[in-house]
Design a protein around this ligand. Structure first.
Ligand code: BJW
Ligand code: ZN
Length: 241
């Protein structure tokens, strides 16, 4: 069994924090950012995720989000998301996600902190106006009542994470006795520092990723498989209790 080497330690766990990234939604049909998936109409997705890219070509960046929104709205949580939601029956679970797709919530998880914002939210580039759009988006970014351009309410490179959410994330990372890091390359800061907080609390660290990451060597267990294949097996350890 995948978890054999640490299954006795896992059984005593009271609080699990999941740190998730694009890879956990890959099996729901949502492309990841890096690797060959990170291209959109031959643009490097990472170059679109900045405020300067948006000011240079608002329509292009808006179209990128529009396409992703359509795909996300038609996507369903996969066995990985569902397993994490199920785990709430047995143990305290908090999810710190870099994803904006809302699939953890759709799967039924109740404690989800969105570190990088949400695909349904928009905000003004200038004033404090914020809104949610649950229906189709217009072809170009709409204007705010103040006359300035509206943008997706997500965190782009060089921008700080929502500070209340980030502070709460650190508290949970400090408190957990198991952290499961699933579907993230851990190249983007500050989200990639969360495992360090958990380690300071002597938490067990488990990584679920078909590939090696920068932090694989720090893990107590690195499972080289997909999240939909792996996470349902984690549940069975708690169900046996
Ligand atoms: C599977 C799988 C399966 C596949 N099952 N697994 C130099 C200049 C400017 C800034 C910086 C700089 N150096 C460092 C910085 C800081 C910067 C940063 O970290 N950059 C690095 C890239 C170098 N960070 C920031 O700017 C952050 N803000 C900040 O630090 O503020 C302070 C500051 C201010 C001013 C200057 C400097 C600092 C903000 C980061 C915001 C990131 N935003 C994005 C877009 C969000 C909105 C959107 O979705 O459009 O967030 S970028 C993108 O990367 C997105 C993701 O959440 C994030 C992380 O990616 P993730 O989720 O890890 O995906 P991938 O694709 O990388 O990995 C997928 C993994 O899944 C892979 O490992 C696969 O193997 C695996 N996988 N299939 C399980 N089935
Ligand atoms: Zn405004």
């Amino acid at each position: 069994m995948m978890f054999d080497s640490i299954k006795d330690q896992i059984r005593d766990v009271k609080k699990i924090v999941f740190v998730t990234g694009a890879g956990i939604s890959q099996e729901s049909g949502i492309p990841t950012f890096r690797g060959k998936d990170g291209l959109w109409r031959n643009y490097d997705a990472m170059k679109l995720a900045t405020i300067n890219a948006f000011y240079d070509n608002p329509k292009l960046v808006w179209e990128w989000y529009n396409e992703r929104r359509k795909n996300i709205f038609s996507a369903h949580p996969n066995e990985g998301h569902k397993a994490i939601a199920d785990l709430e029956k047995y143990v305290d679970v908090v999810i710190l996600t870099q994803n904006i797709d809302g699939l953890h919530q759709k799967a039924g998880s109740t404690q989800v902190l969105e570190l990088h914002g949400s695909i349904v939210k928009i905000k003004c580039t200038v004033c404090d106006f914020k809104d949610e759009i649950m229906t189709d988006f217009s072809d170009s970014p709409p204007l705010c009542k103040c006359g300035n351009i509206l943008r997706p309410d997500v965190v782009w490179f060089g921008e700080s994470l929502p500070q209340d959410v980030w502070q709460e994330a650190i508290i949970h990372a400090n408190q957990c006795d198991l952290m499961v890091i699933a579907g993230t390359s851990l190249v983007v800061s500050p989200a990639n520092t969360l495992p360090i907080y958990a380690k300071q609390n002597n938490a067990l660290l488990i990584e679920v990723n078909p590939e090696d990451t920068e932090m694989s060597l720090e893990m107590d267990l690195a499972i080289r498989n997909t999240s939909a294949n792996t996470l349902p097996k984690l549940i069975s350890l708690f169900r046996e209790n």
